[in-house]
Design a binder for this molecule. Structure first.
Ligand code: IPE
Ligand code: IPE
Ligand code: MG
Length: 236
């Protein structure tokens, strides 16, 4: 049954990291510069999440629709992900971060796919923060592959429940997000965690992702703490 008000600190924060291109455009810089600056915000946000006691942090870094961007931008983003992983993995590991990748990682090619898998293995036993990176992720694709897996597992229609279906999603074992933040002023879900966001508190902030700081996260958590989560029930 629901317990309200919201727990003081959300166990799971999910972020749509948006606005890198506009951040760069405002400075007359190429979009790639915005993505590079965005990677620094990723680092800050992970540190801040750990400091605040968040247990799960999901970052939407590349959507299944982002493949429609020009090839050079996709290449810049792929390069950045590889570079980020190589330069940050040891520190993430030392900080007790467990990495989990959701989405169609294979689409980035065998090199990055292999490195992501190795990073997951290396950090598998860490418990301080689970960092879920959504890469080539689409919420609808996640639901469709879950349906396929349920059928492959031989489940009869009447055996399917919300609980066991959730276990076929890419987020199996990870609690649903309590708070979903989208930066850059856009107010939409853009095919992020469609199933998992059913009862998330949502916060839209005008801050562009490269400008997101520990203070931005603290402000979002403070806002979250004032919310009353009812889950369809009635306040006491
Ligand atoms: C977010 O920034 C990064 C990705 C979607 C990969 P954008 O690149 O979408 O930046 P804007 O929305 O054009 O400002
Ligand atoms: C959503 O941002 C995806 C990520 C942040 C990775 P987009 O910039 O791709 O979303 P739309 O196209 O504005 O909805
Ligand atoms: Mg965008």
């Amino acid at each position: 049954m629901a317990d309200f008000p919201a727990r003081a600190v959300p166990a799971h924060v999910a972020i749509i990291m948006d606005g890198n291109g506009r951040w760069a455009a405002a400075r007359g810089l190429p979009r790639a510069a915005g993505h590079r600056e965005g990677a620094k915000a990723v680092r800050r946000t992970i540190e801040a999440a750990i400091a605040q006691g968040v247990r799960y942090l999901t970052l939407f870094a590349f959507s299944s629709e982002n493949w429609q961007r020009p090839a050079d931008e996709v290449a810049d983003l792929t390069f950045l992900m590889k570079h980020y992983l190589r330069s940050e993995l040891d520190e993430l590991h030392a900080r007790g971060v467990k990495l989990k990748v959701i989405g169609e990682r294979e689409r980035f090619g065998p090199a990055l796919t292999g490195e992501l898998e190795a990073a997951e293995l290396k950090t598998a036993a860490n418990t301080r923060l689970t960092l879920v990176m959504a890469l080539s992720y689409g919420g609808r694709a996640d639901i469709v592959q879950a349906a396929r897996r349920a059928m492959q597992a031989g489940l009869k229609p009447e055996e399917l429940t919300e609980r066991n279906f959730a276990g076929f999603l890419s987020t199996e074992g990870i609690p649903d997000p309590d708070l979903m933040i989208r930066t850059s002023g856009e107010e939409r879900i853009s095919n992020f965690l469609l199933w998992q966001l059913a009862y998330a508190e949502i916060l839209f902030t005008p801050v562009l992702w490269p400008d997101f700081t520990a203070e931005s996260l603290a402000a979002a958590l403070a806002d979250y703490a004032t919310r009353e989560r009812r889950f369809g029930a009635r306040p006491a």
